[in-house]
Design a protein around this ligand. Structure first.
Ligand code: COA
Length: 172
């Protein structure tokens, strides 16, 4: 029964987030997330094809744009500030599967998870195809270059890139 409900909720979410990014639909998507317990600011834009599931443990500020293909899994909590641009196919996962203490146990269906919050502060630009891992804070005004995998905190006003992401330079 639980499986049926989860899959049904996933299908409904997919349909909602397939809608185009007209203003009315953006508001509808924000209200949909509010129903899941998220806190969503004003003028949030969702391209068609964003995936946010489930909506709880998610806080989003004002003037945030989620580009097509963005995937957000806020199980461990994701907080996004205001004036944040999130590029195509960005991935934010706020939890890891638990890794068994011994090799004799399978990773598949191993119980438990390691949930750690992701924080994106104000005025951040996350480039296309970035992955933000659990527990990471991205500081105010920073830029995450396309294709980066961010494994550690990013200081304010840094431009970071690569796998794992390192500081390319500081913003002027
Ligand atoms: C981060 C970015 C804005 C930097 O632009 P820039 O300030 O003009 O930087 P430069 O091109 O001068 O590059 C500076 C250094 O960073 C490196 N660099 C640039 N982009 C990089 C990236 N995505 N990943 C890793 N390194 C990168 C360059 O190779 C260069 O290294 P070097 O000094 O050893 O030669 C740009 O490269 C980028 O990644 N933009 C994202 C584009 C995108 O995703 N658009 C979608 C929008 S939704």
């Amino acid at each position: 029964m639980k499986y049926f409900l989860v899959v049904t909720a996933e299908v409904i979410s997919s349909i909602v987030f397939f809608l185009p990014r007209y203003r009315t639909f953006n508001k509808f998507k924000s209200i949909y997330l509010l129903c899941w317990g998220a806190k969503i600011g004003k003028r949030v834009v969702y391209y068609s094809g964003v995936r946010i599931f489930p909506g709880r443990n998610l806080v989003v500020g004002d003037d945030v744009s989620f580009a097509k293909g963005t995937q957000i899994y806020p199980n461990g909590g994701i907080t996004i500030g205001s004036r944040v641009l999130i590029g195509f196919n960005a991935l934010m996962i706020a939890g890891n599967h638990a890794i068994p203490a011994t090799r004799s146990e399978s990773l598949y269906n191993y119980p438990g998870s390691d949930r750690r919050p992701i924080v994106i502060e104000d005025d951040v630009w996350i480039g296309a195809n970035c992955t933000i891992l659990p527990g990471v804070t991205i500081g105010t005004g920073s830029v995450v270059a396309g294709g980066a995998v961010v494994t550690k905190d990013v200081p304010p006003y840094a431009i970071v890139g690569g796998v794992p992401a390192k500081i390319i330079k500081m913003r002027p």
